[in-house]
Ligand binder design. Structure first.
Ligand code: OAD
Length: 255
């Protein structure tokens, strides 16, 4: 059992606005690999960062679409873990909670979180490259089907354009309104928690700096060292699925 600092627990109880900023580590215990993990199966020989670019999709659309389909299906088969659930629960204890995620899965929503700010888009919302209309999946494959290869991207029902994954690729801008709302929340946060992020991908990682400048109490939960170790006030090393439920229980004991 980790003993959290009393100052942090007090800050969480009194804080009027808590901001939670999550990365791939929040979904790791649901079996979704982080970006720095080695990929599995057919995808072992590919580097995730090389598939997640506009150039990769242009050069080989069926390879990149197939890879995102394998990720989307892995997410459909996965369940939220203790970290997702603890964050949803935290929202019930505080006047205002903003959840900002770099994750493209829907595990926060499935744990009960609402109005999640998805900085890097969502696997579930691909759209047309041409007219940018959203594409709805007509699921024909069972969710547990093991997806291992290239798949031709579907075509837009309206304009015939090619459908692309609904995620932000390296070199692309973040969705403007989501980024604005995230910066605003970071500047207003009383407590700012970084959960399971390596804090190396910009501009997302700069949110923590905004919160520090604005005087928030900053906290990090991660089993490994990160680039924010020297900057945040409290660092707890360990898996988020285990530590976050303990943090909630110590901040707001159930009995
Ligand atoms: P990374 O893959 O860079 O980092 C994952 C972090 O999770 C690492 O710091 C791990 O130590 C930590 N971690 C692993 N297991 C954990 C656990 N059980 N509990 C808590 N932490 C754990 O993922 P992100 O920081 O999310 O961008 O990466 C940011 C962005 O880089 C992604 O959104 C993606 C990526 O390339 C785009 O696709 C644009």
């Amino acid at each position: 059992m980790t003993e959290f600092d009393e100052q942090l627990l007090e800050g969480m109880r009194k804080g009027r606005h808590i901001v939670v900023f999550t990365g791939a580590g929040a979904s790791a215990e649901s079996g979704i690999p982080t970006f720095r993990d080695r990929q599995s199966g057919l995808w072992q020989k590919f580097d995730a960062a090389e598939l997640a670019t506009p150039g990769a999709f242009r050069a080989d659309p069926s390879l990149v679409w197939g890879w995102y389909e394998s990720r989307r299906r892995a997410v459909r088969c996965a369940q939220p873990n203790g970290a997702h659930e603890a964050i949803a629960q935290m929202a019930r204890h505080v006047p205002r909670l903003t959840l900002i995620t770099q994750n493209v899965d829907d595990l926060h929503e499935r744990a009960g979180s609402r109005d999640v700010l998805h900085l890097h888009g969502e696997l579930a919302h691909p759209y047309c490259e041409g007219c940018r209309r959203r594409h709805d999946f007509q699921e024909q494959t069972p969710p547990d089907a093991c997806q291992t290869g290239r798949i031709e991207p579907p075509r837009c029902a309206t304009c015939g354009g090619r459908i692309r994954p609904g995620v932000v690729w390296f070199g692309e801008s973040l969705p403007g309104a989501v980024w604005q709302a995230s910066c605003e929340a970071a500047r207003q946060a009383h407590v700012f928690l970084c959960i399971g992020t390596s804090s190396v991908v910009q501009p997302a990682a700069s949110l923590t700096g905004l919160a520090i400048e604005a005087g928030a109490m900053t906290v990090q939960i991660n089993p490994n060292p990160t680039s924010m170790d020297g900057d945040v006030r409290f660092t707890y090393r360990g898996p988020a699925g285990m530590l976050l439920p303990q943090l909630i229980e110590q901040a707001w004991p159930s009995n």
